[in-house]
Design a protein around this ligand. Structure first.
Ligand SMILES: Cc1cc2nc3c(=O)[nH]c(=O)nc-3n(C[C@H](O)[C@H](O)[C@H](O)COP(=O)(O)OP(=O)(O)OC[C@H]3O[C@@H](n4cnc5c(N)ncnc54)[C@H](O)[C@@H]3O)c2cc1C
Length: 290
């Protein structure tokens, strides 16, 4: 099934994102968290992919382990920076063979600290090149793309950024998943800019339930371009134990999700950071647990 079919006008689809764990032990632990979250019947589950193919094998192993236990549709993220055509073709075939019918097509960023990393090609300059490639060689696959409500750091001009996003849509994207944001008005503003630019595919809102102050301090690494609102940090400064931070962060995310659902948002994509507790609590707060 192509994921865009899960976006219906009258129901917000909720999805969960995981990253591939570094070893078998961590994968076993992750699978228990996924068991918890799969019981909430998400619209899909997505697994990230290291830029330059740095976690390619781990992404595939994680996807295979998930599909062996659950039948939720899986989206594999796929980055193209530094890849050659043959590698992309092979990876897409392997993903298809593992049952993946949907790709979140990304450019990715070259690894910052990996001095051994070598580009194997320059065919793919932007995500739009990967989308065109998938549309040409794997036309049956569903394709999502990234969007940045607060802007991508490399493109300061917001209107130009919309032109680039439109290029991805014209290349064949089915839907957009946004970078995480903490103020819904940034998402609504982005949605308006998309409408103004003639972008009319579903836009899925990326939400991170913050569960620790340490997580927030890693935000610039986790989420390029995302801003922490002053009201959010002011509250956090008043809290001195991790449990209160987790409760507050989940409450904030639940309020965001409640309003986004009321506003008819096509989908909510929850950045789980491989933990189930905050998302379970969020579903409970919203009365969505089944
Ligand atoms: C939902 C989501 C999931 C992600 N998952 C992963 C993941 O699994 N693995 C990973 O490594 N990274 C991931 N990322 C991070 C992402 O790879 C980086 O943020 C990357 O810098 C941008 O990727 P993109 O696909 O948006 O690239 P692009 O759409 O190619 O855009 C990259 C930059 O180039 C600009 N641009 C686009 N087209 C042109 C053009 N024609 N000329 C000039 N400039 C242009 C854009 O405005 C932007 O500034 C994810 C991001 C999001 C929002």
């Amino acid at each position: 099934m192509r994921i865009q079919e899960t976006f219906q006008a009258d129901k917000t689809s909720i999805s969960f994102e995981f990253f591939p764990p570094p070893n078998r032990e961590a994968l076993d632990e992750l699978l228990l968290h996924i068991d918890d979250l799969a019981s909430l019947e998400p619209g899909h589950i997505s697994v990230t992919y290291g830029a330059g193919g740095t976690t390619q094998e781990r992404t595939l192993t994680t996807i295979k382990a998930i599909t062996a236990r659950h039948d939720q549709p899986i989206v594999s993220h796929l980055t193209c920076v530094g890849s050659d055509l043959e590698t992309m073709r092979r990876v897409l075939r392997e993903l298809q063979a593992a049952g993946v019918m949907n790709i979140l097509a990304l450019r990715g960023d070259p690894p910052l600290h990996d001095h051994d990393w070598k580009s194997s090609g320059d065919h793919f300059q932007q995500a739009a090149d990967l989308i065109s490639f998938i549309r040409k060689e794997f036309p049956e696959m569903g394709v999502g793309v990234a969007g940045f409500p607060e802007g991508h750091p490399a493109t300061p001009n917001r209107m130009q950024e919309m032109d680039y996003l439109k290029e991805k849509v014209d290349a064949g994207a089915d839907y957009i998943v946004t970078q995480l944001f903490f103020e819904n008005r940034d998402f609504y503003d982005f949605r308006h800019r998309c409408e103004a630019r003639g972008i009319d595919i579903p836009i899925v809102a990326g939400i991170l339930p913050v569960t620790s102050a340490k997580m927030l301090s890693r935000l610039s690494e986790l989420a390029a371009g995302s801003r922490i609102p002053a009201a959010f940090s002011r509250w956090l400064d008043r809290l001195d134990d991790e449990e209160s931070v987790a409760r507050f962060g989940t409450h904030w995310a639940a309020e965001q999700v409640r309003e986004l659902m009321d506003q008819g948002t096509a989908g909510i994509h929850l950045y789980t950071l491989n933990q189930s507790r905050a998302c379970l609590r969020l579903f409970k707060n919203l009365g969505l647990s089944r």
